[in-house]
Design a binder for this molecule. Structure first.
Ligand SMILES: *[C@@H]1O[C@H](CO)[C@@H](O)[C@H](O)[C@H]1NC(C)=O
Ligand SMILES: *[C@@H]1O[C@H](CO)[C@@H](O)[C@H](O)[C@H]1NC(C)=O
Ligand SMILES: *[C@@H]1O[C@H](CO)[C@@H](O)[C@H](O)[C@H]1NC(C)=O
Ligand SMILES: *[C@@H]1O[C@H](CO)[C@@H](O)[C@H](O)[C@H]1NC(C)=O
Ligand SMILES: *[C@@H]1O[C@H](CO)[C@@H](O)[C@H](O)[C@H]1NC(C)=O
Ligand SMILES: *[C@@H]1O[C@H](CO)[C@@H](O)[C@H](O)[C@H]1NC(C)=O
Ligand SMILES: *[C@@H]1O[C@H](CO)[C@@H](O)[C@H](O)[C@H]1NC(C)=O
Ligand SMILES: *[C@@H]1O[C@H](CO)[C@@H](O)[C@H](O)[C@H]1NC(C)=O
Length: 851
């Protein structure tokens, strides 16, 4: 289940990302007439837009029941009509229907051959056919970092935050027995979710009772997966149980219980809480350890909306940009458009393909796309050599090498800089440093064994040399080819009784990317070649060899310093280098879109959250209840949880109003009051000031989002107009994808009423308009100011306005190119309210011609 090794060094050695790669799927290579999965969209609307939407009738129970009954009738009819259609058009035995989708779309998925698909393509009533695609998965301390306890949680407290809101998690399932998901013993959830109708599937490891009130529903979708490959019954469980850990991690970030102690290997890392600890979780498992298909994801989304989730979070995305359709018109994006039309707030991870431009895997303006950042918390690991030299590394390691009786480790930690302040002088010797340092290659039973050098195999090493030592394992060709694992280093060193291990970078392969991970024995990764060179030099000086190179005496010593205590106060957030970047694109040719993506930034680097202890992906996390992970996968549920807080406060707000409130109030400055920076490389400390293509509006600010002052709103028709206005778009393509015909009114994509302005090719001048609504309770006067992008002149009409509560105000902005540039430039429009609301509209403009 590991992807083909890529020749680039970065991918091959990126440790944390390696973990995400573990979650990726086998590409199924199929020759021409072999069967594949397809999704077929038919004419006609789904039940949601045919009087079957429960969301449309939140208050009235009788209407709700009618809608539900109506929806059930439509569903039965649709299923019948799909079966009939297939019978009429295809030979029996030539296909297998996988799903009838009925809530959002009139569509089905089937497993069949290309020649049968040709027949369907010609049949009457067919709108669009798309081939299935692989889907990839792309503390906690983060509530404090985002200011939730003193802000949004302070009223009513965290015990009410997100009450009555259901977050749908489309992912790898859930580990239902986790403390983050138990029902509250003294404050149990009541069954007070009138609009929600989930159900609890049972199956392997998911017994009756797994849905406990906190988890209100759990389903799994497997027809697509089963059609493309045989599942492995000992991990691809046909139940909502999370055999990976990813889905549990995501669910707990969004809505995990508050104050859950994170105890790993007996060490307390603090306590974890979801962003909306009182929100309910509905689980839609569509991704398995061995495979994930778009077909199953679409089925999950259709069901989630049908069940009545308020917020849906997708820490998953396509493997690659859709090849033969516009990004906005792929089946995934269309189904998400319909989900938003049904009133569901959809959040999606931006992708982990940064830092290159246009690497997003989430595209459409109706989706909230989330980029990932660091927080101010860091875990530093240190290897202290016998000569006093301190080498920085990575790993959540317990102490190895200090005389613990002298003082508690945290004192040691504070004293460290004093004790070891002189890296050159041999200031030690008081029994502090205890352990012999042995390079694995010197302890090898045979020369030139990669297995030994990389500590992959206990049998390859001499136990007598390893026992009681700190053994240094090399990043060599096995890691480069991804056949070697950190798991094996742990297993080997543990079974040989090593005191600890060092996993060292190799000058031949360069630095590698490492993320902190909990080790069951003391250990440290040193990913920087320059640090390893210092280690090698010290080792060479202290090691006595005979003329043949055989070691006669090991004189090198080291200790691994306690690495589990966090430090706070780093400059943060910084946009993570792996976080996918804008500009947004329309198609696989990277044509630029006049839409700002990503939309917002949230913590996604080193996030503690729940884990599934039986995880089948890499034994290094097996047995653990918590994992410290990085990825836009982790950033995404932060925004979902905060959306639940907004939904709880303002049940009537549309998804685009919620998005607007978040984007216009996001913060562009970091905790030191300086502009947020974006990491440009996973290795070096290379930073540049972040642009909207790194972080959208900026870091999510939940307290400010609850009082945005003004919001912009867009609905389904607006998005259709937007699609119709795309340059070179075939109007029939829009109709076949969305079911809606284009009107011929000429508009521009930049006319879409979103809280940002992006012009990918400014020729001469253009006027764009935005319509703001005052969602506060008081009349307010706003003053408009402009920070123009370089090469662009901007005039705003009116320059100030007074707006009553619940009323709207149009703002016209004329953008004129004054200087040609060879790149986008950035600015903003600021609306400053007399009651202190600040509405920020990010501008991204590429001036390409003066006339
Ligand atoms: C909905 O269907 C149920 C069972 O089919 C029926 O008992 C009930 O009367 C129906 N309700 C409405 C409002 O039609
Ligand atoms: C099935 O999964 C189990 C448990 O992860 C694993 O040990 C086994 O090798 C897998 N079988 C195949 C055929 O991949
Ligand atoms: C490794 O090679 C050296 C000569 O280069 C030889 O002296 C030594 O015995 C070898 N060690 C083992 C374990 O084979
Ligand atoms: C080990 O490999 C190196 C380089 O590949 C070679 O020069 C050396 O002779 C080998 N030593 C033994 C003992 O095989
Ligand atoms: C790792 O292997 C390289 C050769 O690939 C060698 O130069 C280096 O000394 C080794 N480092 C350690 C720590 O064994
Ligand atoms: C097209 O025009 C019709 C009739 O005016 C209107 O109902 C529909 O919403 C319009 N569609 C779009 C996408 O603007
Ligand atoms: C904008 O361009 C139009 C022609 O496309 C021109 O008539 C108008 O004067 C321009 N406005 C400004 C402010 O330059
Ligand atoms: C407006 O006032 C009502 C009632 O006082 C309150 O419930 C609501 O939260 C207020 N809305 C905003 C945006 O402050």
């Amino acid at each position: 289940m590991i992807n083909k090794p890529t020749p680039t060094f970065r991918a091959a050695s990126s440790f944390f990302l390696l973990l995400l790669v573990h979650l990726s799927f086998l590409k199924v290579v199929i020759s021409k007439e072999e069967r594949e999965n397809y999704i077929v969209l038919l004419e006609g609307e789904g039940a949601a837009f045919n009087g079957g939407s429960q969301i449309a009738f939140p208050a009235n129970a009788a209407l709700r029941e009618t809608a539900r009954n109506h929806s059930a009738v439509i569903r039965t009819e649709m299923v019948k009509s799909h079966d009939q259609f297939l019978m009429n058009n295809l030979e029996s035995g030539s296909y297998k229907k996988l799903y009838s989708f009925h809530h959002l779309v009139n569509a089905f998925a089937l497993h069949t051959t290309p020649s049968q698909v040709e027949k369907i393509n010609k049949a009457k009533g067919v709108r669009l056919i798309e081939k299935d695609r692989c889907m990839k998965l792309m503390t906690t301390y983060t509530p404090q970092f985002l200011g939730l306890p003193t802000g949004p949680w302070s009223k009513g407290g965290k015990s009410r935050a997100g009450e009555g809101v259901v977050i749908g998690i489309v992912d790898t399932g859930i580990y239902p027995f986790h403390r983050s998901f138990t029902n509250h013993p003294f404050d149990p959830y009541c069954s007070d979710l009138p609009r929600f109708t989930g159900t609890c599937d049972t199956g392997p490891f998911f017994p009756i009772g797994s849905c406990n009130g906190k988890i209100v529903s759990a389903r799994f979708f497997s027809a697509g997966a089963l059609a493309v490959m045989p599942l492995n019954a000992s991990r691809d469980y046909l139940s909502p149980f999370d055999a990976s850990g990813h889905g549990s991690h995501v669910a707990a970030v969004a809505a995990g219980n508050s104050d859950v102690p994170v105890i790993v290997d007996g060490f307390n890392y603090g306590s974890a809480s979801g962003m909306a600890p009182r929100a309910r979780i509905a689980v839609y498992k569509a991704i398995y350890p061995d495979v994930g298909t778009l077909v199953d994801v679409v089925a999950a989304i259709d069901q989630a909306v049908s069940d009545g989730v308020d917020v849906m979070t997708l820490s998953i995305g396509p493997d690659e940009t859709p090849q033969d359709t516009l990004t906005f018109l792929s089946v995934l994006d269309i189904i998400l458009l319909l989900a938003q039309r049904a009133g569901v707030f959809v959040v999606q991870a931006a992708g982990n393909k940064g830092p290159s431009p246009s690497t997003l895997v989430s595209f459409s303006p109706w989706i909230m796309t989330v980029a990932a950042s660091s927080t101010d918390r860091t875990y530093s690991a240190t290897l202290v050599l016998g000569n006093g030299l301190q080498l920085q590394g990575v790993g959540l390691s317990e102490l190895a090498g200090f005389n613990i009786s002298i003082s508690p480790p945290w004192n040691m930690f504070i004293k460290l800089p004093l004790i070891f302040g002189h890296p050159t002088g041999p200031t030690l010797g008081n029994g502090f440093l205890k352990y012999r340092l042995v390079f694995a290659k010197d302890a090898a039973k045979v020369n030139n064994s990669t297995l030994a050098d990389e500590c992959q195999e206990p049998k390859a090493l001499q136990e007598g040399l390893v026992r009681g030592s700190i053994v240094v394992c090399n990043f060599s060709s096995g890691f480069y080819r991804r056949t070697s694992t950190l798991d094996a280093i742990l297993a080997t060193t543990k079974s040989l009784g090593a005191m600890g291990f060092v996993f060292a970078a190799n000058p031949t392969y360069g630095d590698f990317v490492a993320e902190p991970i909990t080790f069951s024995i003391p250990g440290i990764m040193i990913p920087s070649v320059s640090s390893v060179e210092a280690l090698m030099q010290y080792y060479a000086e202290k090691t006595v060899r005979n003329e043949k190179g055989v070691v006669l005496n090991y004189g090198a010593q080291a200790s691994i310093v306690e690495g589990r205590r966090a430090k706070y106060g780093d400059e943060a957030p910084v946009v993570s280098s792996f976080s996918s970047r804008g500009p947004d694109i329309i198609d696989a040719h990277l044509s630029l879109a006049d839409v700002l993506k990503p939309d917002i930034l949230a913590p996604g680097h080193q996030v503690w959250s729940a884990w599934s202890p039986t995880s089948a992906i890499g034994s290094i996390l097996t047995g653990y209840n918590f994992a410290l992970l990085s990825g836009t996968s982790m950033a995404c549920p932060h925004v979902a949880g905060i959306a639940a807080l907004l939904k709880h406060s303002y049940p009537s707000w549309s998804p685009s109003m919620i998005a607007s409130a978040m984007i216009t109030t996001a913060s562009k400055n970091d905790n030191k009051g300086k502009p947020i920076m974006a990491a440009q490389s996973p290795f070096a400390n290379e930073y540049q000031p972040a642009t909207p293509f790194d972080f959208g509006g900026g870091l999510i600010n939940a307290a400010a989002a609850l009082h945005p002052g003004l919001v912009v709103n867009s609905g389904f028709e607006d998005y259709i107009s937007f699609l119709c206005s795309l340059p070179n778009v075939n109007q029939e393509t829009v109709r076949t994808a969305t079911g809606r015909a284009c009107n011929n009114s000429k508009r521009f994509p930049s006319d879409l009423n979103i809280p940002s302005i992006t012009i990918s090719a400014l020729v001469g001048n253009i006027t764009v308009q935005r319509t703001f609504k005052n969602v506060e309770n008081r009349t307010e006067t706003y003053l408009c100011s402009v920070l123009p992008p370089e090469g662009v002149e901007i005039r705003v009409f009116p320059t100030s306005f007074t707006i009553d509560t619940q009323l709207t105000q149009d703002l016209k902005m004329e953008l004129k190119a004054t200087k040609l540039l060879d790149a986008f430039s950035f600015g903003e429009i600021l609306l400053t309210g007399s009651l202190d609301h600040i509405v920020r509209i990010p501008l991204s403009v590429f001036p390409v011609s003066l006339t």
